[in-house]
Design a protein around this ligand. Structure first.
Ligand code: MLC
Ligand code: AMP
Length: 504
């Protein structure tokens, strides 16, 4: 291995080469991919992307279903020094147009079903090539890669070269592309392998989507660094998970996964007998879920906290007490809790969590002002999460300074939906809030004030959002009001709306 090459793929390559004949992935249909195949096929993808005119630093925007080929594409991008830009499969045309216009990728890879619409968006964004990849792992990407060489020299990257851009929704409605470097990803992966005691014999049961930090980086990077076999599910299904638990040692999920697993009677101690670790994150894990899971399986879920901009930030201990409602201790980054001005608050006081470390992103793509506004002059990033440090040193996330709803592990920014709803014919204004939901943790609720020009019904509002925004942003409930509650400054009082919901 060339020690000067900071390309994240070099670390994976070393692990893959140590176990060429081992199974890297087992799909739902029982198909096996060995580590030697990962090496060869990721080289072919890297060579194909390069021959399509994508050079180091260029973006590759990807909106495809979860397949091993999609993972190979990610690895191919790393190898070729390209910047991987995954997009939620739920995003619709209007959302995709924004991402492509903002990031100006050299290559787009999409599902064959969306090819026509993505080609037309791509034409306006200077994209050089559009490839397809289907949910069964077929398409022009795979066909054309098959003609490429299975060898490729991993492109030299420095610590601060970009490996990926993850779009996270912005509080002002415009999504921000978090720029993650090879160093960000490599250091965080190594921290997690150590903190969670990954070893060569682990088998990772993978049911998360692979277009976010949780499924793509947290889960896969740990498995890659130790050349672990991954049992790869195309999507979360409690029965398929339980069926595979006896052959697994590690499982990672958002809280909704655990809620759904607990509603399956087959989840029991016997099914979990070979498991050594269950982790949860992306949204708060309820104490009831934590306790019920321990009672049913004998396993204490390890909750950790993180975000797109920094990967994993804190974690409950692997060895040591895991506390419900807490996110544990800082991983390999500095963590402090501050007031709005950036002064550190006393231990036990609530403030906004700020972080600094090798895992913290470089900034937002094309948004120097937004980047500057979210970093303190001494380099700390302001996460927007409210936290406190308990007397025993454990950190607790107690709320959010940012107006954000997390539904089933997906972030929904009310501002984006409000801006969209305000454009709906017959709507004067709107307000969107989150409401506790037994399955998704929080559900999106929209309050609508009609302008009186035409009738507006709950169903029409839902249909209107469904038409152009991702399905997880669609309100689960709509209420029509005569006016929105405002304070003396004219600001909408969302707390009043939440109280109204609570009161039924
Ligand atoms: C699906 N629906 C959702 C939803 N997912 N609604 C709200 N919130 C969600 N998360 C909608 C569907 O469109 C459908 O609507 C209806 O709910 C029922 O669908 P379903 O069949 O129950 O949904 P399903 O496909 O099973 O998806 C649920 C899920 C999925 C929980 C499996 O949302 C999921 O995989 N979530 C994981 C998200 C994740 O990986 N987050 C990590 C982000 S990284 P209709 O109207 O069509 O019936 C991060 C940093 C960190 O946050 O710390 O990790
Ligand atoms: P994302 O931008 O999609 O990466 O989401 C990151 C956000 O998820 C964080 O800023 C937190 O608000 C939230 N989050 C992640 N893990 C946890 C957790 N364990 N508890 C509470 N909130 C969490």
């Amino acid at each position: 291995m060339n020690m000067n090459n900071k390309n994240l793929f070099s670390l994976f390559e070393e692990a893959f080469k140590s176990a060429p004949d081992k199974i890297a992935f087992e799909t739902e249909t029982g198909r096996h991919y060995h580590f030697s195949e990962l090496l060869q096929k990721s080289a072919q993808f890297a060579n194909l992307l390069t021959s399509a005119g994508a050079g180091p630093g260029d973006r590759v925007a990807v909106q495809v279903e979860k397949t091993v080929e999609a993972v190979l594409l990610y690895l191919g991008c790393l190898r070729a020094g390209l910047v991987y830009l995954p997009l939620n499969t739920a995003y619709k045309s209007a959302e995709l147009s924004y991402f492509l216009e903002d990031s100006r990728p050299a290559v787009v890879v999409c599902d064959p079903q969306n090819e026509t619409s993505l080609r037309s968006i791509s034409e306006d964004c200077g994209v050089k090539e559009v490839f397809t990849l289907s949910k069964t792992g077929e398409g022009t990407l795979v066909e054309k890669a098959a003609d490429q060489l299975t060898e490729q020299a991993v492109i030299l990257r420095t610590d601060n070269d970009l490996a990926a851009i993850l779009y996270t929704s912005g509080t002002t409605g415009r999504s921000k592309g978090a720029m993650l470097t090879h160093r960000n990803l490599a250091t965080n992966a190594q921290s997690l392998v150590n903190a969670w005691a990954f070893n060569e014999n682990d088998v990772l049961l993978h049911a998360l989507p692979i277009f976010h930090v949780h499924g793509l980086f947290v889960a896969l990077h740990c498995a890659f660094l130790k050349a672990n076999t991954v049992l790869f599910l195309a999507k979360f299904d409690p029965n398929k998970v339980i069926e595979r638990l006896p052959r697994s040692t590690v499982f990672m999920g958002v809280p909704t996964f655990y809620v759904r697993l607990l509603s399956a009677p087959e989840l029991n101690r016997e099914a979990c007998k070979n498991m050594r670790l269950f982790t949860a994150g992306s949204a708060p894990l309820l104490e009831d879920t934590f306790n019920e899971f321990e009672t049913r399986t004998g396993h204490v879920i390890l909750e950790r906290y993180g975000m797109s901009e920094a990967g994993m930030i804190t974690s409950n201990p692997y060895d040591g007490k895991r506390i419900a409602g807490s996110v544990g201790f800082p991983l390999d980054n500095e963590v402090r809790i501050c007031d709005d001005e950036g002064n550190i608050v006393a231990d036990g006081e609530i403030g906004v969590l700020e972080i600094k470390g090798p895992n913290v992103f470089l900034g937002y793509w094309n948004m120097p002002e937004k980047t500057a506004a979210e970093f303190r002059p001494d380099g700390y990033f302001i996460t927007g999460d409210m936290a406190k440090k308990r007397p025993d040193g454990y950190y607790q996330i107690v709320g959010r300074a940012k107006d954000l709803i997390i539904s089933g592990g997906y972030n929904v920014y009310p501002k984006e939906i409000e801006s969209y709803l305000d454009e709906m014919p017959g709507v004067l204004e709107s307000a969107v809030v989150g409401k506790p939901h037994p399955d998704f943790g929080e559900a999106v609720v929209a309050f609508i004030v009609p302008d009186g020009t035409k009738e507006v019904t709950e169903q029409q509002v839902i249909e209107f959002v469904k038409e152009n925004l991702a399905n997880f942003k669609v309100p689960k409930q709509v209420q029509i009001l005569e006016e929105l509650p405002r304070n003396t400054m004219g600001k909408v009082q969302k707390n009043e709306l939440r109280k109204q919901l609570e009161a039924g």
